[in-house]
Design a protein around this ligand. Sequence first.
Ligand code: FO1
Length: 307
Amino acid sequence: VKSVRVVALAGGTGSAKLLPGLSAESDDLTVIANVGDNYTVHGLLVCPDIDIAMYTLAGVADRKKGWGVEGDTFRTLAHLARIRQDTWFKLGDADLSTHIVRTEQVRQGRTLTQVTKALCEGWGAQESVLPSTDDPAETWVKTPSGSLHLQEFWVRFRGRPKVTGVEYRGAAKARPTKEVARAVSRADVIVICPGNPVTSIGPILAIGGMKRLLADSSARRVALTPMLGSAPFSGPAGKMMTAVGASPDSAGVAGLLAGVADSIYIDRADDGLRARVERSGVSCKLTDARIEGPKDSRRIAREMLRS
Ligand code: FO1
């Protein structure tokens, strides 16, 4: 049988929960990862959404924390603290090996796409993980006291500041890579993972030409909500959605994905939102949307790929 070519748009912890299922249910999976929350710390280029996808597909992700490598140690971080350096961004020792290699290879002139391929091979991820762009594109969060890089907002200030808006700096000038363009144009199904629609999926869609590329694909485009009722399963999605004028629920997610997703799976408990979801032109499907482990991930992936 001809395999189904699956492309997954992914960013962050929520998105990563669906990847094991997609990987188990497809033998041709390409992940397009958000780069908006890439951050340079101690001179090292950290790409959290690329890395969570890579570690998840390699089977080494810390699923409890939702970032980093399972069983990692933090000895280097402890030494950084001892020599009075900032340690609010926690880099594990194994995770550091990724950032060291990436930073050096990018410095030598390789693209993030090339470096990511090498890192995925190194860690043993079978599927390909593609950065959404090789151009600069960063997500900044507007607060009453100024803009903060997403990592500063989320990790340093623990997501506490009031959010008045979100900026995708550089995104409009950035372009999808040729690898991304090729994967999208060959796809049979494009899956929009259950990531924060504003800070995980939004920055992918904000890249110049990305929405057009997705619209021109003949693939079926299907999303899974990251929301249950008026709250996300995890992370700051509700706050971010409210700040951009979307209702913090699955109907708001559908509105943000209008023109991008043909259909969206929402939780059965949110059946009451169906009419509002469909008003965005996105067809509404019901499932048990909570992903608590590999079984849920696989069940939902199967539903999404077969529908
Ligand atoms: N999230 C935290 O809440 N605290 C951390 O110290 C932290 C460190 C970190 C290091 C590497 C990495 O790849 C991700 C890390 N994250 C951390 C997660 C990250 O801030 C976000 O969850 C993602 O950017 C969401 O897309």
